[in-house]
Design a protein around this ligand. Sequence first.
Ligand code: BG6
Length: 495
Amino acid sequence: MTDNLEQKALITIFGGTGDLANRKLYPSLYHLFSKGYLKKNFAVIGTARREWSNDFFRDKVKESIQDIATSSAEADEFASHFYYQSHDVTNKESYVSLKTLSDSLDQKYDLAGNRIFYLAMAPNFFGIIASRIKSEGFVDTKGFHRLIIEKPFGHDLESAKELNDSLREAFHEDEIYRIDHYLGKEMIQNISVIRFANSIIESLWNNRYIDNIQVTLSETLGVEDRGRYYDESGALRDMVQNHILQIVSLLAMEPPIKLSTKEIRHEKVRALRSLRVYEGEEVLKNFIRGQYSAGHAFGKELKGYREEDNVNPESNTETFVAAKLLIDNFRWTGVPFYIRTGKRLAGKATQIAIRFKDVPMNLFSGDMAALGGNVLVIHIQPNEGITLHLNVKKPGQGMETMPVNLNYAHSSPDGMNTPEAYEKLILDCLRGDATYFSHWDEVSLSWNFIDHVADVWKGTDTHFPNYKPGTMGPDEADELLTKDGFSWFKVHEEE
Ligand code: BG6
């Protein structure tokens, strides 16, 4: 490992005692440490309201990496870079002691004034933290200053704008790293390579050859302990506004003139600008929502959404969304992008299916339907890889056809929502590469699109709950495609 891999920085994590920090951030930082990206010149400050000592905090950090640490000596060495500061984000005084600690660590570890501020806590405090970071002089050092901010980035366009304005008081757009952890996933980053490094793919990547594109993000979990947040959010804001629209923009964008952050973002923004914004009746025709009922699935009795903790017993919040999106430009006019996501579905999987048009006529025995269409499937998780579905001759006499799959799979490091996505994103931020973070222009276009849907839904009745756990959502989600003559490409065997 050469020395120039090493990144120097002070990383201050607001929400340092939280679930995200323990499950994702500390393991990711440890991976960066064990690979030599973080070595001697780094320090991490964890802040939260609780009164913890450095030793107690370091024990927690070590606990969070116990399954991945190669030796206890290495875990000790890693944890020795961690410091804890009890902090009340609304209290000005708190920032004074935090700043003193920051400056001393800067000296002690020779950090060149490089600072990353990671906001891993309730979004209502994002604005105040950013403005104190500015007013108390945290960003007056010589090095770089970057803000990593977790979702949700607002709950509609207006609140997102407000939040953005408050962040912009302290940070420039190019210093703000808005996390969308899907953008850190290996196979999401692979979309551009699959498209732009393969002439046989990119030359077919348009409305002359593609029939429809399907994006499925399905989960088996319910809302778990996040009822309070989720009941205000719902699947539309929780998954579609960010992860799904980001994936759609990567699938739909034009080839960038080069692989720079600026050029890629420019093309993603153009794709999002071409997304047809639905109004009134169009929303009801093209967007389907669902909510899970109680039921038996995965070998146990499960509560309905309305019975979950911290959820309104009469809640009309959607736990499932399916939709038909249209992109009005030369490349995509006429090609529906079907999307779906939901909780308590038949399996945990994220998959993109690109269905190519049928051949003009079937020269072989049977009708057209017997000849399976060509489909390119990009498996995001839990499996990672691509499958191309083709037709070949059945061995033996005659000219009967049969489907075959060309498979490329590489094993996913350790299942879903791995720290690896965070690891990549934190390293990108340390290096100043914002390609796989959401730019404000993308966020605002996405919110504008989502707000139109949410407004229409707010004013119309629902018939919730309308799907059972362990299924793939309400029947209307299937009808959305059958009325166009299509069907969902299976994600799970049970489907
Ligand atoms: C988060 C959502 O952004 O993504 C969660 O808030 C969801 O509700 C999660 O469960 C899914 O992420 P992954 O990586 O497990 O597919």
